[in-house]
Design a protein around this ligand. Structure first.
Ligand code: ZN
Length: 315
């Protein structure tokens, strides 16, 4: 692209095997990369000027013409051959089109299409409004997320879609709605059983590794789930996440340089969520000796998997 020079092709495929376990439980046996007929992203070494990687990846308006493959981990990586979630489908709309973040692994696009069809069965839900996925080549973003870098994360709005014919301008203007009260300790009166059913459908999909939602919502779902509780394991409390929930897929089968997150601990995680709520309601006193965390320098291309230089450099 600009301001970095490719110095040498090195390592070949040898790095692919040591970057992580990969080959996870994508729940989808399709070999996306092999089936694409496109060249795979290769491993190249680069020297960079130290320019933030978010500037390089943010400048790419289209995906690389390479086989679809996720490289690295959710908060440090990139994706080749990303697919675009169509801006409008029978049961979804992508929101905030100006951000150009409706890109992801084909497995993520397929998942969103599946989930949207299930959401459309819920009363008051015409489908789903999809927020940020990834940039066309993934990588760090200039705003909004540390993760979403490898085309396997998607934000889904909590606002139940009444219409799926929003214009591009409307998709810039409409906002989602918050589901929380008391700083996320509880759900508010916007939360419905249908919200739980949509999140349950997402968590029950074998391609999904984790879902992030505010603690009060997790505790509410723990109360309402009844005896069918296995799906709660993937639903994890996190800060924010009251205007949208965040779905993270496992590394797709065959993406050997994609690094899965360790699975959540066994069990429904409800005690953990109750502890979060207790901390929200009764925050521990601030540590008088605490030092502010030093600001982290932005990621550069050299911090990312070596394939990411090829992803940036490709047509
Ligand atoms: Zn997110």
């Amino acid at each position: 692209m600009k301001s970095f020079a490719i110095l040498a092709v090195a390592f070949g495929l040898s790095l692919a095997g040591c970057a992580g376990t990969g080959g996870g439980t994508g729940g989808d046996e399709a070999d996306y990369a092999g089936a694409s007929g496109l060249p795979r992203a290769t491993t190249i070494r680069v020297s960079t000027s130290g320019e933030p990687a978010k500037d390089l990846f943010g400048a790419s308006r289209l995906p690389s013409a390479q086989a679809p493959e996720s490289f690295g981990s959710y908060a440090k990586g990139c994706i080749s051959g990303a697919a675009q979630l169509p801006e409008t489908g029978p049961t979804w709309q992508a929101m905030r089109l100006s951000r150009n973040r409706n890109w992801g692994h084909p497995a993520l696009v397929a998942f969103l299409e599946r989930l949207s069809a299930k959401a459309a069965q819920q009363p008051g839900w015409a489908g789903i409004y999809v927020g940020d996925m990834s940039q066309p080549r993934g990588g760090p973003m200039s705003s909004g997320h540390a993760s979403h870098q490898i085309g396997l994360d998607a934000d889904i709005w909590m606002l139940p879609p009444k219409r799926l014919d929003l214009s591009a301008a409307e998709r810039e203007e409409i906002s989602s709605i918050s589901m929380q009260r008391a700083d996320g300790a509880y759900v508010n009166d916007q939360w419905t059983k249908a919200h739980m059913e949509v999140i349950k459908a997402a968590a029950s999909d074998p391609a999904v590794a984790r879902i992030f939602v505010f603690a009060g919502a997790k505790v509410q779902m723990c109360k309402d789930a009844g005896s069918d509780r296995a799906w709660l394991n993937k639903v994890r409390p996190w800060w924010g996440h009251h205007y949208h929930f965040h779905v993270r897929l496992a590394c797709p089968a065959g993406d050997t340089a994609c690094v899965d997150q360790a699975p959540p601990p066994a069990g429904d995680g409800c005690k953990d969520a109750e502890d979060w709520v207790a901390q929200i309601l009764n925050p521990p006193p601030p540590d008088p000796n605490a030092k502010p965390a030093p600001a982290k320098p932005p990621l550069t291309l050299a911090d990312l998997p070596a394939q990411c230089a090829s992803v940036l450099d490709a047509q």
